[in-house]
Design a protein around this ligand. Structure first.
Ligand code: NAD
Length: 491
């Protein structure tokens, strides 16, 4: 009996293969064959892959803005250029500029150090993993498909992509774009809904990146586990804002309301709810109202104000408001021109403050993902810290204020994917910072060098000295090894 046979074998039954699953499997096999045949791509080849992605974005910027505008009912063209076009080109260019440095072999020390004198060497070689699967969501469909390619290509991998069915025009457009610039063995796109997503996540990729909802991540992780596929999960959660006593309320409100209204709050890192000092709650709401008025004098026909993605999400968000109202929260619509939203061609919802929500309200249970802002109050900042810690670990946390001690306390006593101080969301755009969540808000990270490393295999290499330095470790044992052990086994 071999060692493998001595272990109990658990059978992993997958459902019968569909045509689309078979097709995806064929492409995966073809990509893997090409990867093995060509070997790790040179820096020039990786740079060229990155360049092609940049050229696609530049060449299709209008088509991307138009597809997204249609997919959302209405989406601000300028916001699309900012988040999905420029926001993807930035990471791709950064990867291009740094990839040679990232690819360098990393020298490590040998132990014991004496071995180095005899010529032994240790280093880490960053090797492409092979084929990376990418499942992307609808809220920034282009950004969350293209930006990961910065790290994926820089690390020398090929990619298979499954974009969201909620943005069909953008997903089809991206499929066409990639087909026009890459061979199927370099990049391939598969469109479709959850069934295609589920089949996609069952493929034995060399790495899988899933960006989406925490509830779906359970299924994706289970599917990846069947093949022990290394997995990065980029999820969401309820990212809190803690406004300190020392914060400038006007500036805070401007920044919070920008984060809450950009893409109509449909951002994984959107400020979900705000904690303000009790005595300042009304002042904060007034400042939020002014901030919205300054950005959007009108909302309904304003091309800068984005719609909620579809009826399902519209109903979900309106349901939160009804539920909160029925349970005693005060709703304050930030609707500068007092427009009536009952009749409209889109699913726009005016930014709405939900003052003094309680935990039994659905809006305080789910990730909001829309332009609604619960405002809670505290007497002492410890209450806000305690509240955050009693709830699932979020993707982001935002602290506003000039009190250095308080800032340090908030950051060190809470555990979140990342933090932005005196603003919201912005840490995601710092390409040199790892981006990711923790626990229910995600697993692993990417962006910049951290993306390169996530999509690389950090291979440990040890090169032994030519001299027979390990002779004394071999039997027959005697005095020599005993002396060596006596030297090492002590405090
Ligand atoms: P979603 O999880 O519903 O869908 C994401 C993708 O998964 C889509 O392509 C979908 O077709 C696919 N999918 C659906 N069911 C699947 C299954 N069973 N197996 C495999 N794939 C499946 O998420 P969404 O509604 O598109 O996006 C919103 C969520 O994504 C929010 O929770 C948000 O916070 C999160 N998000 C996170 C980040 C981040 O970078 N951390 C960025 C954007 C959005």
């Amino acid at each position: 009996m071999s060692v493998a046979e001595a272990r109990p074998v658990v059978s992993n039954m997958a459902p019968a293969q569909s045509d689309s699953e078979r097709r995806m499997r064929e492409v995966l096999d073809a990509q893997r064959r090409a990867h093995l045949k060509d070997g790790p791509p040179s820096a020039t080849k990786r740079s060229e892959w990155l360049d092609r992605a940049i050229a696609l974005l530049v060449g299709h910027k209008e088509a991307i803005a138009e597809a997204l505008r249609e997919d959302f009912g209405h989406r601000s063209v300028h916001a699309t250029l900012l988040t999905d076009v420029a926001g993807s080109i930035g990471p791709l260019k950064q990867a291009k500029a740094h990839l040679k440095g990232w690819m360098k072999r990393e020298k490590r020390s040998v132990s014991p150090a004496l071995l180095g004198l005899f010529g032994a060497r240790a280093y880490v070689e960053y090797q492409p993993k092979g084929v990376v699967g990418v499942i992307s969501p609808w809220n920034f469909p282009v950004n969350l498909t293209f930006a990961p390619l910065a790290g994926i290509f820089a690390a020398g991998n090929r990619a298979m992509i499954k974009p969201s069915e909620y943005t069909p025009r953008s997903s089809e457009l991206m499929a066409r774009m990639f087909r026009s610039a890459y061979d199927e063995t370099e990049v391939a796109v598969f469109t479709g809904g959850p069934e295609v997503g589920a089949a996609f996540s069952r493929l034995p990729f060399d790495h899988l990146l899933f960006t989406g909802a925490t509830s779906i991540a359970y299924h994706v992780m289970r599917a990846a586990a069947e093949n022990l596929v290394p997995l990065t999960l980029e999820l969401g959660g309820k990212s809190p804002v803690i406004v300190g006593e020392s914060a400038d309320l006007d500036l805070t409100a401007k920044r919070v309301m920008f984060g809450k209204t950009l893409n109509a709050g449909q951002i994984c890192l959107a400020p979900d709810y705000v904690f303000v000092p009790q005595a300042k709650a009304r002042d904060f709401v007034a400042a939020a109202d002014s901030a919205v008025r300054a950005m959007y004098p009108t909302l309904k026909d304003n091309p800068d104000y984005t719609s909620v993605i579809n009826q399902r999400h519209y109903d979900r968000l309106m349901g939160y408001l009804e539920d909160a109202k029925s349970k005693g929260a005060e709703l304050i619509e930030l609707n500068p021109a007092r427009e009536d939203f009952r009749q409209q061609p889109f699913w726009k919802i005016p930014p709405t403050v939900v003052l003094n929500p309680t935990d039994d309200m659905q809006i305080m249970k789910d990730e909001i993902f829309g332009p609604l802002l619960p405002v809670k109050t505290y007497e002492h900042v410890e209450e806000a810290i305690g509240y955050v810690n009693e709830h699932p670990r979020p993707l982001g946390l935002y602290y506003f204020g000039g009190d250095g001690e308080e800032q340090k306390r908030v950051v060190s006593r809470t555990t979140t994917g990342g933090v932005t101080l005196n603003d919201v969301v912005m840490h995601v755009s710092m390409e040199d910072l790892p981006f990711g969540g923790i626990g229910p808000s995600g697993m692993g990270a990417y962006h910049g060098i951290d993306g390169f490393r996530t999509f690389s295999h950090a291979k440990a290499v040890f090169k032994q000295a030519r001299m027979d330095v390990t002779a004394m470790m071999r039997p027959p044992y005697g005095e020599k090894i005993q002396k060596m052990m006596d030297m090492q086994i002590k405090r």
